[in-house]
Design a protein around this ligand. Structure first.
Ligand code: OSB
Ligand code: MG
Length: 375
């Protein structure tokens, strides 16, 4: 785990809801988004500013959290709890917020802003603090459900032409085996995986076993968030490795999943687990258990995208993550140097804190709502 950083003295926390248009609609088993709704956090401390991102979506479909619920719990409970303490070191944020049950994405966004402020004050990068061992990370792309399998093949072709080194396609009942077969037939050798976002039950085990024909890296979250035992049962039925996303809400959940044999690969998302420090703890426990991990994504802006690149540079991240270029989702990101794809990789920022600077004009353009909470 990272060494503790010095505390910062928090003076105020600004929240913004942003609406950022997506370059193309993104469809999963739980719905279609064409505008990203996200919360950006800015903390002002005695030693400078820090930025964070709350990766909720507009509706509670991926998890129970959603943007306006996160706004409410942040303004009423989480931010007041931090302001009441006065000073806080990054590793003290999660324990300080622990009495408030759940709301992990909201907590993660606040912790990231404190981490950024503390690291900028010490002139250290988030990547070096978390334990990064690489200066660039291989870039995979998550491809939404398209009109039909032929359209999916053309969309995938475009991403491969850009250089993405691993393709993930979204599946749901009725749009699974034929879609996967079409992509595999068109591209026999690419690293390919599928993500069901909890859309199946164990009664679909025969269909899911059909995925074994396509030489997939993994099938991600076929069953519900709390179906650990059913995932273990399914994993015994499939040759395709089962990877968990939604189910891994904490280091405890990860340990339970591994103990049950519910996952042989883990997707780590800092928002889903309550922060980047908890994410490192999950990385550490999976690494010790010989379980490969990869860095998931939540359509992050340049803030969360920079942090994800730092996390994905840790040694246990042995599979390419959903750490794509900003242009995969956004025409106008909110950082001055959006992440780009270079030879199938994304650079790990090396500057202090997140290592990215905010494009304030872009930030303003996308801001729908703003509030400052003071001590
Ligand atoms: O299940 O990984 C997921 C986006 C929103 C919610 C859930 C998921 C996703 C993605 C996109 O797959 C990954 C990305 O940000 O590139
Ligand atoms: Mg997923």
């Amino acid at each position: 785990m990272p060494d503790p950083l010095h505390p910062v003295s928090v003076r105020s926390v600004e929240l913004r809801v942003l609406h950022i248009p997506l370059v193309a609609p993104f469809t999963t088993s739980f719905g279609t988004e064409d505008v990203r709704e996200v919360i950006i956090v800015r903390v002002e401390t005695a030693d400078g500013t820090g930025w964070g991102e709350v990766v909720t979506q507009a509706a509670p479909l991926y998890s129970s959290e959603y943007t306006h619920g996160a706004w409410d719990v942040l303004t009423r409970f989480l931010i007041p709890a931090l302001l009441e303490r006065g000073t806080v070191a990054p590793h003290e944020v999660a324990p300080a917020l622990e009495p408030i049950v759940g709301h992990r994405m909201a907590k993660a966004g606040l912790e990231l802003a404190i981490l950024d402020a503390a690291l900028r004050a010490e002139g250290r990068s988030l990547a070096s603090h978390l334990g990064a061992v690489r200066d660039r990370v291989p870039s995979g792309v998550s491809v939404g459900i398209q009109r039909d399998p032929a359209a999916l093949v053309e969309t995938v072709r475009g991403y491969l032409a850009e250089g993405y080194v691993r393709i993930k396609i979204k599946i749901k009942p009725g749009r699974d085996l034929a879609d996967t077969a079409a992509v595999r037939a068109a591209f026999p050798d690419i690293p390919l995986q599928v993500d069901a976002n909890s859309a199946y039950t164990l009664t679909d085990a025969d269909t899911l076993a059909g995925l074994d024909d396509f030489d997939l890296l993994l099938v991600e979250q076929p069953l519900q968030e709390d179906d650990l035992v059913d995932h273990a049962t399914l994993a015994r039925r499939l040759r395709t490795p089962v990877c968990l996303d939604e189910s891994i809400v904490s280091r405890k959940a990860a340990a339970d999943a591994l103990a049950l044999g519910a996952a042989s690969v883990v997707n780590i998302k800092a928002g889903r687990v309550g922060g980047y420090l908890e994410a490192v703890a999950i990385h550490d426990l999976c690494r010790a258990a010989g379980i490969p991990v990869w860095c998931g994504g939540m359509l992050e802006t340049g803030i969360g995208r920079a942090a994800n690149a730092a996390l994905a540079a840790l040694p246990g991240f042995t599979l390419p993550g959903d750490v794509s270029a900003a242009s995969r989702f956004y025409a106008r990101d909110i950082v001055t140097e959006p992440a780009v794809l270079d030879d199938g990789h994304v650079r790990v920022p090396t500057g202090p804190g997140l290592g990215v600077e905010i494009d304030t004009a872009a930030l303003e353009e996308h801001t729908m709502r703003r509030e400052v909470v003071r001590a």
